[in-house]
Write a protein that binds this ligand. Structure first.
Ligand code: AMP
Ligand code: GLY
Length: 429
């Protein structure tokens, strides 16, 4: 089978490497660190299966255009992708499906609606949660204990000054507290088949969850506090009812559903659906999927997925190595050294995200430079989280470039659980 992966980050590198176990793989546009990258638009590529990685092209209808051209595609059409592209619609769908989620209301910039937004906020206890309805590159959610900041955020979003059109519609939610966990299901339009393993991302830039929010600085799977039975319970709570509701609305959803939960003292609540694999969550999940991933995704794309997918019980930890200045202003062009040394270590995989080719003729062929915020995803795999984590950090120490930054506490809490966090007043994500 020939598979075309669409996208250019570490998630797509993980897709490509895992698919390559059984298929020929091309990646468009890919990057200088991903074998098989081609600068050809997806519509001009001859492949038996297209796997679309990021949400942007999905929301933009790439899957629809490829399907209209008779291609087999793993990834929802623009209708299904609205689960991520419109939080207002997502909340409506999951509420209709009976999935437990935070209480909410949606508002727009009309004067009456804006007044109601401010009034609704006053009825809620902290923390206050204000979300852009539209896609905002993962930055559209404000969580704050400060009422004045929440009021100001409502206006900044509705005015379009904070996030353009993405914020002209907002969702105000009940603030929840608890650990977060992500789960994935492979959907074939009728059935959602759970990947029975839980993943935890570390979204803040700095150790101890300090600093600004990012796309994700590292993650770990599986989790001590979310065993297989809990995964199955959470999956049954969210995936199947949502897929049934989508079907009722005429949406033929074929692709990944990514559910982000908060485990609150009153039970699990669905925070978000994404319509794609997480990045870097895919990097610790896809390599552990058992069986033939290409066949599995092709079957789902064709509307006839297997009943059951298994994921190996061993652990993976991913440490994201980022460029100096990430996330606000990452510096490009720094020469990266040590990737091959890291890759030679047992249980280590290095996925390339924000890299470009080095055009200095004095460097060895194939040398890479930084060309994005999150540059490399260094993954360790082992029989348990402690072993996987040790391998990941040993590998990170082989790699360097000027200004390379990474968190030193990825998965630390999985090994020696910390007391519940407190005192944090404001988060942006
Ligand atoms: P979302 O994109 O909706 O998942 O939101 C991004 C992040 O904001 C989540 O990972 C949570 O950390 C936080 N968040 C979202 N919704 C809530 C909520 N209702 N209560 C508390 N925190 C939230
Ligand atoms: N790592 C978070 C995301 O992919 O949405």
């Amino acid at each position: 089978m020939r598979v075309c992966v669409v996208g250019q980050g570490g998630r797509e590198h993980a897709f490509a490497e895992t698919l390559r176990r059984t298929a020929d793989v091309v990646v468009t546009p890919g990057n200088a660190g991903i074998e098989g990258s081609v600068a050809i638009p997806p519509g001009d590529i001859d492949a038996d299966l297209f796997v679309i990685g990021p949400e942007g092209p999905l929301a933009d209808g790439l899957a629809d255009r490829l399907r209209a051209d008779g291609r087999l595609v793993f990834g929802p059409g623009a209708d299904g992708a609205a689960l991520e592209g419109s939080k207002a619609w997502m909340k409506e769908v999951v509420s209709a499906a009976g999935v437990p989620t935070a209480a909410y209301r949606t508002f727009d910039g009309e004067e009456a609606s804006r007044r109601e937004a401010h009034a609704y906020l006053e009825t809620l206890p902290p923390p206050y949660v204000i979300k852009t309805s539209g896609l905002a590159a993962g930055k559209g959610v404000l969580v704050t204990d400060e009422l004045a900041a929440a009021h100001a955020d409502i206006d900044a979003k509705l005015d379009g000054t904070a996030f353009g059109d993405a914020g002209r519609r907002i969702v105000i939610e009940e603030g929840l507290v608890g650990p977060e966990v992500s789960l994935f299901a492979i959907c074939d339009g009728r059935r959602a088949v759970l990947l029975p393993t839980a993943v935890r991302d570390h979204k803040r830039l700095g150790d101890g969850d300090s600093g600004p929010n990012t796309g994700g600085m590292g993650c770990v799977s599986p989790l001590a506090d979310v065993d297989r039975a809990t995964c199955a319970d959470l999956g049954a709570l969210a995936f199947e009812p949502t897929l049934a509701e989508l079907q009722r609305r005429g949406v033929d959803y074929r692709g990944v559903l990514y559910a982000g939960f908060m485990l609150t003292p009153r039970g699990p609540r669905l925070l978000e659906f994404n319509v794609r694999f997480g990045d870097p969550e895919a990097q610790v999940t896809l390599p552990r999927v058992q069986g033939d991933l290409a066949e599995l995704l092709a079957a789902a794309a064709a509307g006839e997925s297997d009943d059951r997918i298994d994921v190996s019980d061993d652990a993976m930890v991913c440490v994201v190595c980022a460029a100096e200045g990430y996330p606000s202003d990452p510096r490009a062009g720094d020469l990266i050294t040590g990737i091959e040394h890291a890759r030679a270590m047992p249980g280590v995989t290095v996925f390339c995200a924000g890299v470009g080719p080095c055009d200095d003729p004095s460097t060895p062929p194939g040398s890479l430079v930084t060309a994005g915020g999150r540059v490399l995803n260094v993954c360790g795999r082992g029989p348990d989280v402690a072993a996987a984590r040790r391998r990941a950090y040993e590998a990170v120490r082989c790699i360097s470039w000027p200004g390379m930054t990474y968190r030193t506490d990825i998965a630390a809490a999985e090994i020696s659980p910390l007391p519940p966090r407190g005192g944090e007043t404001q988060r942006r994500s």
